[in-house]
Ligand binder design. Structure first.
Ligand SMILES: C[S@@+](CC[C@H](N)C(=O)[O-])C[C@H]1O[C@@H](n2cnc3c(N)ncnc32)[C@H](O)[C@@H]1O
Length: 210
């Protein structure tokens, strides 16, 4: 692959959606530093690996990635599948690795629904206006077009997300709330916490303790 060197690190982009550099978090975009491997359950988005995050055993080896990026993906799992997926996130990461996760913030969504109403426009995404109802159950226009993979089946608060990641075997987890998004960084080796937080900080994502 062009530009890949011995120092290039690999990021597994799970639930990657359609191709597009804008879907990869900036921390993983530095040319020559990171190689992206795209994984999605939906073959229509042309991922490198077609499989569910709940079982990546046949497609992804143990301890084979330096990082994992999951953006607006884990809420598409049934709740009982979340522990399977988080155990898989931990399994595929090297000891020096970390997972960066973004998902809807259930607490912020409920507050918006109570204050402004379920069908109020919370923000306008490239795909169109997004309401608390869309954030709770999935973007309705996509689901109406027949993409059932876009349905949301569970939800997370910062405390719950952090607890589930620790239970999956991560040593250190930091979370943060930002508008309607919830972020987590889950670190395998606690000795790497400062360097991972510093690395994220250079790309503009600050967790407490960075
Ligand atoms: C809302 S899109 C997010 C796309 C991209 N990550 C982004 O933030 O723009 C959710 C993606 O998760 C995928 N997905 C849903 N369930 C999945 C599963 N069990 N395993 C892997 N991908 C899944 C869907 O096919 C879809 O591409």
């Amino acid at each position: 692959m062009d530009g890949v060197t011995e120092t290039t690190r690999c990021v597994l982009h799970v639930g990657c959606g359609a191709p597009g550099i804008e879907r990869l978090h900036p921390v993983f975009r530095a040319a020559g530093r990171w190689q992206e491997v795209r994984l999605d359950v939906d073959p229509r988005v042309a991922p490198d690996i077609v499989c569910s995050t709940t079982d990546m055993q046949r497609a992804v080896q143990d301890a084979s990635f330096d990082a994992l990026w999951s953006s607006h993906n884990i809420e598409h799992l049934y709740d009982h599948e979340v522990t399977l997926a988080f155990a898989e996130f931990r399994r595929v990461l090297k000891r020096s690795g970390f997972a960066l996760i973004r998902c809807p913030d259930l607490q912020a969504i409920i507050e918006a629904a109570r204050t402004d109403g379920l069908e109020s426009v919370a923000y306008v995404a490239p795909a169109g206006p997004v309401t608390p109802l869309d954030m709770l159950y999935g973007f309705r226009p996509s689901i109406a077009r027949g993409n059932e993979f876009m349905a949301h089946k569970t939800g997370f608060t910062d405390l719950r997300l952090g607890r589930l990641l620790i239970e999956a075997g991560f040593a250190e987890v930091r979370t943060k709330r930002a508008l309607f998004d919830l972020w987590a960084v889950a670190i395998v080796d606690p000795g790497r916490t400062d360097s991972v937080l510093a690395q994220l900080s250079t790309s503009g994502i600050e967790f407490d303790g960075a």
